[in-house]
Design a protein around this ligand. Structure first.
Ligand SMILES: Nc1ncnc2c1ncn2[C@@H]1O[C@H](COP(=O)(O)OP(=O)(O)OP(=O)(O)O)[C@@H](O)[C@H]1O
Length: 324
């Protein structure tokens, strides 16, 4: 089994408070056979927003349609997907903040009144026609809720914020998935991988996927169970050039660029991204969250700054003079 997605809330590890609340809504909606309320999941990429949408659909035995903000870039695209929904169906829109504003506006009446107002004709001859929609559930996922129009935000009856995972929780996820994949992780190996997962299941599972390939490469072909020792984890981390926190050469490059090119900051996101040779979006969503959570970088009102701990990190690893 290559991918692992929990299909019930019980199988979903972590996010304890969110799970408790969600399970109450699921059971009460199930009892009353109602349509699930419009729900927004807010959190960084890879924390499990899509997985939760799938779980809601599975638990309620509802159909799930999956799309994403960039696909819904024209009013016609939004109208098209809405008019193809059936009663009780769940529409999941990933990166909902990337829907252009005029298209977000179409969603207001669809969510509130289950109706679509379509403008037919042009100029003076134009008239508005109201099209009734089946009752459906919209589940949105975003890591930038501030880019959603206020009235759209208001139409989500439920909103959940996903937290980064504790190492212990990531460890449980890794142990569960590794056994499905025929990998035998010792407790210590699982802890090391979990620590390098940067609080994000997708990152931890990506590491596990690569570890599996690594193990297959170095183990005789007939072994059914691949046993991973601490020594192998060490060699694996060396091969990937990641440290015990899971920081990659790109993470270190951002930190070092901040130190070298901007004298430790403060510096704006775009300038730091340009000098680090990565896109501002990648810097903001992929790299800086971990650097900030580890206390190596900080975000101030004037921009990003390196912390004392960040300087210590570079110094200890002899990274003050590397050429990037
Ligand atoms: N709590 C969890 N327990 C087990 N596996 C999880 C959990 N959360 C996420 N995963 C796994 O991590 C991977 C990423 O999860 P998912 O695609 O749901 O994240 P996401 O928040 O929707 O990311 P994106 O916003 O980038 O689409 C999936 O393989 C999923 O099965």
């Amino acid at each position: 089994m290559w991918d692992f997605r929990p299909s019930t809330l019980e199988e979903f590890i972590g996010q304890k408070r969110l799970k408790e609340e969600l399970s109450i809504y699921l059971s009460s909606i199930k009892k009353r056979k109602e349509v699930f309320p419009h729900t927004l999941f807010v959190g960084a990429p890879g924390l499990g927003k899509t997985t939760l949408a799938r779980i809601i659909a599975f638990e309620l035995r509802r159909e799930l349609k999956i799309t994403s903000g960039p696909v819904l870039d024209k009013p016609g695209a939004v109208a098209g997907i809405l008019t193809n929904l059936s009663e009780g169906e769940i529409l999941f829109i990933d990166e909902i903040h990337r829907i252009p504003k005029p298209c977000q506006e179409i969603l207001y009446s669809a969510m509130e009144d289950f109706a679509l107002d379509i403008l037919i004709g042009k100029n003076q001859g134009a008239r508005s026609v109201r099209l009734n929609l089946p009752r459906f559930t919209l589940i949105g996922a975003t890591n930038k809720p501030n880019l959603l129009l206020g009235p759209l935000l208001d139409r989500f009856q439920l909103s959940f914020k996903l937290d980064y995972y504790q190492e212990e929780e990531l460890k449980d996820i890794l142990l569960k998935v590794s056994s499905l994949w025929g990998l035998k992780l010792s407790e210590e190996s699982a802890c090391k991988l979990a620590k390098a997962g940067k609080g994000i299941p997708r990152q931890a599972l990506n590491l596990l996927r690569r570890l599996k390939e690594f193990m297959h490469h170095f183990t005789p072909q007939d072994s059914k169970i691949l046993e991973v020792t601490e020594g192998e984890i060490k060699a694996f981390f060396q091969l990937l050039d990641i440290d015990e926190w899971g920081l990659t050469p790109e993470d270190r490059r951002c930190l070092f660029t901040l130190y070298r090119d901007f004298k430790g900051g403060p510096v704006g996101l775009n300038s730091l991204a340009l000098s680090s040779r990565i896109s501002p979006d990648e810097l903001e969503t992929l790299y800086e969250p971990a650097l900030i959570r580890l206390g190596l970088m900080a975000r101030t009102r004037k921009g990003r700054v390196i912390t004392k701990l960040g300087e210590k990190y570079l110094k200890e690893r002899n990274l003050f003079h590397v050429s990037l």
